[in-house]
Design a protein around this ligand. Structure first.
Ligand code: FNR
Length: 383
């Protein structure tokens, strides 16, 4: 086993061990992938101020997200098909997050169901809902999340329509994969993945199959998915959905000041400044470029969280310095999961925590709650 010190190290192992169609599903963006690329490259444009001769003992990254204690302000983002990166992937990722003291967010489009994750973890997790047309299905999803004692709901607003990802179409992405000659050849070299999959029954979308109207078995799933998302979603519908949940609500996928103000007016507990990791509107500005103006507009009324492009603790620190009260990692934890299962997610969290802690100290801070824009050197044309 090579020495792993970065998320990139995990990504290389993830690529080697996981079927191409699932690796590509994670490591791609929509259309030309401009936004996907800039989500990470724009982080590099922000530089840090080195400070010296300041007491750096007794440091802490402990913080709160929506009033819940976290060991660092980093949650695992909702990621569909996580259980295809590695068998029972959602359960493994949730366990790693629980042990590390950070929130895990389960996607509607997960392989393991809400109940699977609840049965295999001790602490409450967060549940992400997509806005689906079928009201009964939505109500049942909220009821199931309540029964599983989920401690927050994340409503994703930036996927009324699916952004096109070329690789998924070319690879013929399905869960589980269909047996074609290219997938068989690929699987021949990924046999540890295949072996794990044979040992689990969780291979289909666990929140949907057997729960959505007309989806009694996996064969009827693709038809349902094609027409399920609510293209007519508007702010009135968002308000209705928020009323279905009597706990904290986080609105995900906000990239515009006007939308942030609307979310704050509705009384959400937090918003996530996000462009879905560059998987939806290609050509949108990177998430980190939009963060400061959104914090300036609504940060005094609502907690502003951040995702898209985080690959290191330095990135987390930059987002926090720009005013985010919490951040989420998507691909960074998926790389760990695909590389080494639960241990890989733990490794991803360890890597990010260490980078965050040491970088914070080298910028002259001992407590993450003290960090502000003072530590950043931002180019004039950045936002
Ligand atoms: C996602 N994302 C996502 N978001 C969501 O609300 N529900 C979902 O089911 C998914 N599925 C999903 C699958 C994969 C493979 C990826 C990479 C992402 C978006 C995710 O929550 C988050 O916004 C991004 O991953 C953040 O960007 P980074 O950290 O991956 O750069």
């Amino acid at each position: 086993m090579p020495v792993i010190t970065t998320i990139d190290d995990l990504k290389r192992i993830h690529k080697r061990r996981t079927p191409k169609m699932f690796y590509d599903y994670a490591e791609s963006g929509s259309w030309t992938e401009q936004t996907f690329r800039e989500n990470t490259s724009d982080f590099d444009k922000i530089r840090l101020r080195q400070r010296v001769a300041m007491d750096m003992t007794d440091r802490t990254t402990a913080s709160q997200m929506i009033g819940q204690d976290v060991s660092m302000p980093v949650a695992l983002a909702p990621v569909g098909l996580t259980g295809m990166q590695c068998a029972d992937g959602e359960i493994k990722a949730a366990k790693a997050a629980e042990k590390f003291g950070v929130p895990f967010t389960l996607s509607t489009m997960s392989i393991c169901s809400i109940e699977d994750v609840a049965e295999n973890t001790d602490k409450p997790f967060w549940f992400q809902v997509y806005t689906i047309k079928d009201d009964d299905f939505m109500k049942r999803l909220f009821e199931r999340a309540k029964a599983a004692k989920c401690s927050a709901i994340v409503i994703t607003l930036d996927l009324q329509i699916l952004g096109q990802r070329h690789k998924d179409l070319k690879n013929g992405l399905t869960a589980p994969p269909k047996f074609t000659i290219p997938t068989m050849l690929d699987l021949a070299t990924k046999w540890t993945w295949g072996l794990q999959m044979l040992q689990t029954k969780r291979r289909f979308f666990g929140n949907i199959v057997g729960h959505a109207k007309g989806v009694t078995d996996p064969s009827s799933l693709s038809e349902w998915t094609a027409q399920a998302f609510d293209q007519s979603l508007d702010w009135n519908r968002v308000a209705e959905l928020m009323k279905m949940w009597d706990g904290p609500v986080i609105l995900k996928g906000i990239l515009d000041v006007e939308d942030a103000k609307k979310a704050a007016d509705l009384g959400a507990d937090a918003i996530i400044v996000s462009n879905h990791g560059g998987r939806q509107l290609d050509g949108a500005l990177s998430s980190i470029r939009m963060l400061e103006q959104i914090v300036d507009a609504v940060g005094d009324r609502i907690d502003v969280h951040f995702d898209s492009g985080i690959r290191s603790g330095q990135d987390v620190l930059k987002a926090i310095a720009l005013g985010a009260k919490g951040t989420y990692i998507g691909r960074a934890f998926v790389n760990g999961l695909g590389a080494m299962g639960e241990a890989g997610v733990t490794k991803a969290l360890e890597v990010i925590h260490k980078e965050l802690d040491l970088t914070m100290a080298l910028c002259g801070h001992r407590d993450i709650s003290e960090v502000d824009k003072d530590i950043l050197l931002i180019p004039e044309d950045f936002s």
